[in-house]
Design a protein around this ligand. Structure first.
Ligand code: 13P
Length: 262
Protein backbone atom coordinates (compact mmCIF):
# COMPACT_ATOMS: atom_id res chain seq x y z
CA UNK A 1 0.00 0.00 0.00
CA UNK A 2 1.31 3.45 -0.91
CA UNK A 3 2.16 5.63 2.11
CA UNK A 4 0.22 8.83 2.79
CA UNK A 5 1.66 11.65 0.69
CA UNK A 6 4.37 13.38 2.71
CA UNK A 7 5.44 17.03 2.63
CA UNK A 8 8.43 18.35 4.52
CA UNK A 9 9.35 21.99 5.03
CA UNK A 10 13.08 22.39 5.65
CA UNK A 11 13.47 26.01 6.68
CA UNK A 12 17.26 25.70 6.88
CA UNK A 13 18.76 28.74 8.68
CA UNK A 14 15.65 30.90 8.38
CA UNK A 15 13.02 32.23 10.82
CA UNK A 16 13.29 33.20 14.46
CA UNK A 17 10.75 32.22 17.11
CA UNK A 18 8.18 34.96 16.44
CA UNK A 19 8.20 34.40 12.68
CA UNK A 20 7.97 30.64 13.15
CA UNK A 21 4.92 31.07 15.39
CA UNK A 22 3.21 33.33 12.86
CA UNK A 23 3.90 30.85 10.08
CA UNK A 24 2.42 27.87 11.95
CA UNK A 25 -0.62 29.85 13.06
CA UNK A 26 -1.32 30.89 9.48
CA UNK A 27 -0.70 27.37 8.23
CA UNK A 28 -3.10 25.81 10.74
CA UNK A 29 -5.76 28.38 9.82
CA UNK A 30 -5.46 27.46 6.15
CA UNK A 31 -5.70 23.79 7.07
CA UNK A 32 -8.81 24.35 9.18
CA UNK A 33 -10.52 26.19 6.31
CA UNK A 34 -9.86 23.47 3.73
CA UNK A 35 -10.76 19.82 3.78
CA UNK A 36 -7.67 18.11 2.54
CA UNK A 37 -7.23 14.37 2.26
CA UNK A 38 -4.87 12.91 4.88
CA UNK A 39 -1.21 13.62 4.40
CA UNK A 40 1.95 13.59 6.50
CA UNK A 41 3.24 17.12 7.05
CA UNK A 42 6.57 17.73 8.78
CA UNK A 43 8.11 21.10 9.58
CA UNK A 44 11.82 21.33 10.33
CA UNK A 45 12.58 24.74 11.84
CA UNK A 46 15.95 25.84 13.22
CA UNK A 47 16.76 24.49 16.72
CA UNK A 48 15.84 27.76 18.43
CA UNK A 49 12.25 27.61 17.13
CA UNK A 50 11.63 23.90 17.80
CA UNK A 51 9.88 24.33 21.09
CA UNK A 52 7.71 27.20 19.92
CA UNK A 53 6.58 25.26 16.86
CA UNK A 54 6.10 22.10 18.90
CA UNK A 55 3.64 23.89 21.21
CA UNK A 56 1.59 25.13 18.27
CA UNK A 57 1.44 21.90 16.35
CA UNK A 58 -0.06 20.13 19.34
CA UNK A 59 -3.09 22.46 19.31
CA UNK A 60 -6.36 21.33 17.82
CA UNK A 61 -7.05 18.15 15.88
CA UNK A 62 -4.70 18.94 13.04
CA UNK A 63 -1.26 17.51 13.49
CA UNK A 64 2.00 18.64 12.00
CA UNK A 65 5.00 16.55 12.94
CA UNK A 66 8.13 18.31 14.12
CA UNK A 67 11.52 17.59 12.61
CA UNK A 68 15.03 18.76 13.47
CA UNK A 69 17.50 19.65 10.75
CA UNK A 70 20.51 18.03 12.38
CA UNK A 71 21.69 16.08 15.43
CA UNK A 72 24.95 15.03 17.05
CA UNK A 73 25.53 11.32 17.37
CA UNK A 74 26.79 11.32 20.96
CA UNK A 75 24.19 11.40 23.75
CA UNK A 76 26.01 14.13 25.74
CA UNK A 77 29.46 15.47 26.47
CA UNK A 78 32.00 18.12 25.53
CA UNK A 79 30.76 18.92 22.02
CA UNK A 80 30.41 22.69 21.99
CA UNK A 81 27.54 23.89 19.86
CA UNK A 82 26.02 20.46 19.25
CA UNK A 83 22.56 19.07 20.10
CA UNK A 84 21.85 15.45 21.03
CA UNK A 85 18.99 13.19 20.00
CA UNK A 86 17.68 13.15 23.59
CA UNK A 87 17.49 16.96 23.59
CA UNK A 88 15.55 16.89 20.32
CA UNK A 89 13.06 14.36 21.71
CA UNK A 90 12.55 16.58 24.73
CA UNK A 91 11.86 19.52 22.39
CA UNK A 92 9.05 17.55 20.75
CA UNK A 93 10.78 16.22 17.62
CA UNK A 94 9.55 13.05 15.99
CA UNK A 95 11.87 13.29 12.98
CA UNK A 96 15.44 14.32 12.26
CA UNK A 97 16.91 15.19 8.85
CA UNK A 98 20.23 13.43 8.44
CA UNK A 99 22.73 13.39 5.60
CA UNK A 100 21.45 16.58 3.98
CA UNK A 101 23.84 17.56 1.19
CA UNK A 102 24.48 20.94 2.83
CA UNK A 103 25.73 19.08 5.92
CA UNK A 104 27.78 16.73 3.78
CA UNK A 105 29.38 19.39 1.55
CA UNK A 106 29.53 22.54 3.70
CA UNK A 107 30.25 20.85 7.03
CA UNK A 108 32.25 17.85 5.87
CA UNK A 109 29.90 15.13 7.13
CA UNK A 110 31.09 11.77 5.92
CA UNK A 111 28.98 8.69 5.23
CA UNK A 112 30.32 7.33 8.54
CA UNK A 113 29.03 10.34 10.47
CA UNK A 114 25.65 9.96 8.77
CA UNK A 115 25.60 6.31 9.87
CA UNK A 116 26.31 7.27 13.47
CA UNK A 117 23.58 9.91 13.37
CA UNK A 118 21.09 7.38 12.04
CA UNK A 119 21.92 5.13 15.01
CA UNK A 120 21.51 7.98 17.48
CA UNK A 121 18.15 9.00 16.02
CA UNK A 122 16.80 5.46 16.10
CA UNK A 123 18.12 4.72 19.59
CA UNK A 124 16.30 7.81 20.81
CA UNK A 125 13.08 6.50 19.24
CA UNK A 126 12.79 9.17 16.53
CA UNK A 127 12.40 8.64 12.80
CA UNK A 128 15.09 9.58 10.28
CA UNK A 129 14.61 11.64 7.14
CA UNK A 130 17.64 10.21 5.41
CA UNK A 131 18.88 12.35 2.52
CA UNK A 132 20.94 11.02 -0.33
CA UNK A 133 21.97 12.65 -3.58
CA UNK A 134 24.55 12.74 -6.33
CA UNK A 135 26.67 15.69 -7.42
CA UNK A 136 26.60 17.06 -10.94
CA UNK A 137 29.98 15.38 -11.58
CA UNK A 138 28.59 12.00 -10.48
CA UNK A 139 25.69 12.47 -12.84
CA UNK A 140 27.86 13.53 -15.77
CA UNK A 141 30.07 10.50 -15.22
CA UNK A 142 27.00 8.20 -15.25
CA UNK A 143 27.59 7.36 -11.57
CA UNK A 144 24.34 8.55 -10.01
CA UNK A 145 23.20 5.17 -8.76
CA UNK A 146 26.73 4.20 -7.61
CA UNK A 147 26.80 7.29 -5.39
CA UNK A 148 23.28 6.76 -4.02
CA UNK A 149 23.90 3.10 -3.37
CA UNK A 150 27.15 3.90 -1.54
CA UNK A 151 25.32 6.40 0.67
CA UNK A 152 22.53 3.91 1.42
CA UNK A 153 24.95 1.04 2.13
CA UNK A 154 27.02 3.19 4.47
CA UNK A 155 23.96 4.23 6.47
CA UNK A 156 22.03 0.95 6.54
CA UNK A 157 24.59 -1.37 8.06
CA UNK A 158 23.97 -4.87 9.36
CA UNK A 159 24.34 -3.87 13.02
CA UNK A 160 21.48 -1.40 12.64
CA UNK A 161 19.30 -4.35 11.63
CA UNK A 162 20.79 -6.70 14.26
CA UNK A 163 20.03 -4.19 17.00
CA UNK A 164 16.42 -4.04 15.82
CA UNK A 165 16.69 -0.34 14.96
CA UNK A 166 15.28 -0.74 11.45
CA UNK A 167 12.11 -2.67 12.34
CA UNK A 168 9.98 0.39 11.64
CA UNK A 169 11.72 1.34 8.38
CA UNK A 170 8.29 1.72 6.74
CA UNK A 171 7.74 4.81 8.91
CA UNK A 172 11.03 6.44 7.89
CA UNK A 173 11.53 8.91 5.10
CA UNK A 174 14.20 8.66 2.43
CA UNK A 175 14.70 11.86 0.48
CA UNK A 176 16.41 11.80 -2.88
CA UNK A 177 17.90 15.25 -3.35
CA UNK A 178 20.35 15.66 -6.23
CA UNK A 179 22.96 18.14 -4.97
CA UNK A 180 22.87 20.09 -8.23
CA UNK A 181 19.08 20.58 -8.00
CA UNK A 182 19.06 22.20 -4.54
CA UNK A 183 18.27 25.90 -4.70
CA UNK A 184 19.20 26.14 -8.39
CA UNK A 185 15.86 25.98 -10.19
CA UNK A 186 17.20 22.93 -12.07
CA UNK A 187 15.55 19.55 -11.60
CA UNK A 188 15.89 16.05 -13.03
CA UNK A 189 13.02 14.84 -15.16
CA UNK A 190 10.21 13.27 -13.07
CA UNK A 191 10.70 10.00 -14.99
CA UNK A 192 14.36 9.91 -13.93
CA UNK A 193 13.38 10.48 -10.29
CA UNK A 194 10.75 7.73 -10.54
CA UNK A 195 13.39 5.26 -11.75
CA UNK A 196 15.78 6.23 -8.97
CA UNK A 197 13.01 5.88 -6.38
CA UNK A 198 12.31 2.37 -7.66
CA UNK A 199 16.00 1.55 -7.24
CA UNK A 200 16.04 2.99 -3.71
CA UNK A 201 12.97 0.98 -2.76
CA UNK A 202 14.41 -2.21 -4.26
CA UNK A 203 17.60 -1.61 -2.25
CA UNK A 204 15.64 -1.25 1.01
CA UNK A 205 13.52 -4.30 0.21
CA UNK A 206 16.68 -6.37 -0.31
CA UNK A 207 18.87 -5.05 2.51
CA UNK A 208 16.36 -4.18 5.24
CA UNK A 209 13.20 -6.00 4.21
CA UNK A 210 10.77 -4.65 6.80
CA UNK A 211 8.66 -2.46 4.54
CA UNK A 212 9.37 0.55 2.39
CA UNK A 213 9.86 4.10 3.70
CA UNK A 214 8.13 7.07 2.09
CA UNK A 215 10.44 8.05 -0.77
CA UNK A 216 10.54 11.79 -1.38
CA UNK A 217 12.04 14.02 -4.01
CA UNK A 218 13.78 17.29 -3.04
CA UNK A 219 15.46 20.04 -5.04
CA UNK A 220 13.84 23.20 -6.46
CA UNK A 221 10.29 21.93 -5.90
CA UNK A 222 7.79 24.67 -6.76
CA UNK A 223 4.12 25.24 -7.55
CA UNK A 224 5.09 24.97 -11.22
CA UNK A 225 6.65 21.51 -11.06
CA UNK A 226 5.12 19.66 -8.08
CA UNK A 227 2.34 18.01 -10.08
CA UNK A 228 4.77 16.41 -12.53
CA UNK A 229 6.65 14.84 -9.64
CA UNK A 230 3.64 13.74 -7.61
CA UNK A 231 2.14 12.13 -10.71
CA UNK A 232 4.84 9.45 -10.48
CA UNK A 233 3.67 6.37 -8.54
CA UNK A 234 6.84 6.03 -6.46
CA UNK A 235 7.31 9.68 -5.58
CA UNK A 236 5.51 9.75 -2.23
CA UNK A 237 6.08 13.41 -1.48
CA UNK A 238 8.55 16.26 -1.48
CA UNK A 239 11.21 17.81 0.75
CA UNK A 240 11.02 21.54 0.18
CA UNK A 241 13.53 24.27 1.01
CA UNK A 242 13.00 27.74 -0.48
CA UNK A 243 9.33 27.26 -1.42
CA UNK A 244 8.47 26.17 2.14
CA UNK A 245 9.44 29.51 3.66
CA UNK A 246 6.03 31.01 2.90
CA UNK A 247 3.17 29.24 4.67
CA UNK A 248 0.91 30.15 1.77
CA UNK A 249 3.19 28.54 -0.80
CA UNK A 250 3.93 25.45 1.31
CA UNK A 251 0.21 24.97 1.89
CA UNK A 252 -0.44 25.34 -1.84
CA UNK A 253 2.19 22.69 -2.57
CA UNK A 254 0.42 20.30 -0.20
CA UNK A 255 -2.96 21.02 -1.79
CA UNK A 256 -1.58 20.36 -5.26
CA UNK A 257 0.39 17.31 -4.18
CA UNK A 258 -2.47 15.69 -2.30
CA UNK A 259 -4.89 16.27 -5.17
CA UNK A 260 -2.51 14.50 -7.55
CA UNK A 261 -2.37 11.40 -5.31
CA UNK A 262 -6.14 11.06 -4.88
P1 13P B 1 15.20 23.92 -2.36
O1 13P B 1 13.75 23.49 -2.35
O2 13P B 1 15.40 25.34 -1.91
O3 13P B 1 15.88 23.59 -3.65
O4 13P B 1 15.93 23.05 -1.23
C1 13P B 1 15.77 21.68 -1.23
C2 13P B 1 16.34 21.15 0.01
O5 13P B 1 17.53 21.16 0.23
C3 13P B 1 15.39 20.64 1.02
O6 13P B 1 16.05 19.93 2.02
Amino acid sequence: MAPKPCFIANWKMNKGIAEAERYVKDFIKRYAETSLAPSRVIIAPPFTALQAVSKQVKCGDFEIALGAQNVHYEPHGAFTGEISAGMLCESGCQYVIIGHSERRTLFGESDEVVRQKLFAVRKAGMLPILCIGETFEDRRAGKTWDRLQAQLSAALTDDLMKMGLAENVAEWVIAYEPVWAIGTGETPKPGEVEEIHQQIQAFIRKHVGKGIPATLYGGSVSEQNILEFMEMPNIDGVLVGGASLSSETFFKLIELGVSEKQ
